[in-house]
Design a protein around this ligand. Structure first.
Ligand SMILES: [Zn+2]
Length: 247
């Protein structure tokens, strides 16, 4: 378990490299992409907390694997997912689409569709805080972006362009701890890049202290993420193809 920079959002590290985010307000909790249920149930029970909602960015098993067990424990929980995924996320009970605005834990949350990794991937943007927050699932990672499984290169490029329009101080919470490996790939391509070198040093320090390297802030990420730096679709496509061969 790990307490992160924004004091009301906690990351639980599970499986190989997944992170389940718990967004807390008073005694209520919203969980994002529960890969498995047990550590979530344990944390909530130990701290006498109630599960209010589950946010699902997409249908992959390492994002929805714990959801059914959580519903058994908290039968009234809201399960929020893309309405395009009623087949693959069948337990959803609040179906959403791009541009929808919800109120969760008293906070405005906007649905931003970010296609590419899957054909219906969504993200959850919390706009009203002093620090805007984006739960981005598997679309953007620190130093990298999601693999294109069902969408097109163009869709993924457009998704990253949408993210770049958000306020520069947005804190981004992704679902995997891939940062170090992504930075090693980037440095292999750009060995003289001082921003990426500095970021790797910082990340290695965090890792040695057993801390998560996420969330990350959009403005800083735009300096070190080659996919966000790509000036056009061609450049992005070449980078993504290169990364697919790397790992
Ligand atoms: Zn995925």
């Amino acid at each position: 378990m790990e307490f992160n920079k924004a004091q009301n959002i906690i990351g639980l590290r599970v499986l190989n490299d997944n992170v389940i985010w718990l967004w807390k307000r008073n005694k209520k909790v919203v969980v994002i992409d529960p890969a498995i249920s047990e550590p979530v149930i344990n944390y909530l029970c130990e701290n006498n907390l109630h599960l209010e909602a589950i946010l699902q960015t997409h249908h992959h098993n390492d994002h929805i694997g714990g959801t059914e067990e959580l519903i058994k424990k908290w039968p009234k929980v809201k399960v929020i997912a893309s309405k395009k995924e009623k087949d693959r996320i069948p337990f959803q009970n609040l179906s959403v689409a791009d541009g929808d605005k919800l109120n969760i834990l008293g906070q405005g949350v906007q649905i931003i569709e970010v296609l590419g990794h899957t054909r219906s991937h969504i993200s959850f943007y919390l706009s009203n805080d002093e620090n805007p927050v984006l739960f981005i699932g598997d679309t953007l990672f620190s130093g990298g972006c999601g693999r294109i499984f069902e969408g097109t290169y163009e869709q993924m490029y457009d998704s990253l362009e949408r993210i770049k329009l958000l306020p520069r101080n947005t804190l981004i919470y992704c679902a995997h701890e891939y940062t170090r490996s992504n930075l090693l790939w980037a440095l292999n391509l750009k060995p003289e890049d001082q921003d990426i070198k500095n970021k790797l040093l910082q990340v290695e320090k965090e890792i040695s202290l057993k801390r998560l390297t996420i969330p990350f802030q959009l403005d800083e990420e735009m300096k070190i993420n080659l996919f966000l730096r790509a000036r056009n679709l061609k450049e992005f496509t070449d980078l993504r193809a290169n990364k697919d061969l790397w790992s």
